[in-house]
Design a protein around this ligand. Sequence first.
Ligand code: PLP
Length: 359
Amino acid sequence: MIYLDYQATTPLAPEAREAMLPWLGGPETQGFANPHSPHRPGRAAAAAIEVAREQVARLLPPGGRLIFTGSATEAINLAILGAGPRRIAVPPIEHAAVLDTAAASGAVVDLLPVGGDGVVPAGCAIAAGTSLVAVMQVNNEIGTIQPVEALAQAAHAAGALFLCDAVQGAGKLAAPGNADLIAISAHKLYGPKGIGALWVRDGVSLAPQIHGGGQEQGLRSGTLSPALCAGFGAAAALAVERMAADAAHVAGLWARARAILSGWQLNGSADLRWHGNLNVRRDGLDVARLMSDLRDIAFSAGSACASGSGRPSHVLRAIGLDDAGAKASIRLGFGRYTATRDLEDACARMEATAVAQGV
Ligand code: PLP
């Protein structure tokens, strides 16, 4: 199996796995203790969580606090519902976690513009009375990098808070230093599934959305998993260390894949992008057939979230593709553990299969 779906999730880094093991907690160890218990094993688990919090915080700007959550989706819900916006501005290419939560918040929702290259213009107007602007750092479907610092400035000038969904950017790019709220997810940066975090700038107050024991500074009740926190922390530390090497590796992979698939059209900007994403289309391509012909290659039809629903991707539609163009698109995602040879083989087989379809 050649795995090319790194925007859906990434493999667990061996270093992260190693860091989790002592905290998985069989009866012969003390790693199962509740980190919120005051006894010695509980305090040891709590200390491991604080080490992890420090490691994850290094991906984020200074001057804020980090709240662990069960996923980035939960972090985004806490940010949006917790801020209680009256009017919220979002581009239509956001992840469903942002779009659906904005819709559910009861706020007036304004859509920001997005260009045909998949980039939100840095100078776009923000309506008077907007209290929250949410823009992602890197798009999960087409990989485009958004001008989040400039958009955060515009949000502040309009008197609004700025939320950045940095799920696809964290550990790969520097976080936007002037955001007020940043959501991230461990499993997109070689950490475990089941844990995310919300970074909250000092002075920003949120209403908790999950009530109970008052953990995570009263913002997110529920017993934390020391194993998941430790894995997240180790993955974050590794990401900091390997940021430049990882970026260079995916840039090389992207160039090879693009050369082999040179007859395919690129969706989204070629330059303003995370190069671990290649979203391409070929007129008339039957993506379902391509996927069934290439069952030993794990890749996605446009978007992992929209695929299976039969609906064309909302992101591809928002950047101007018609239904047929969106349905003829595929998303390849690659990263730290992708071997150049595997990617080359997969792309060559995709090219040959498309040619065999007569497109
Ligand atoms: N935001 C973006 C851009 C994503 O790609 C994803 C996951 O696909 C999410 C949010 C949700 O993250 P999680 O799986 O941690 O809930």
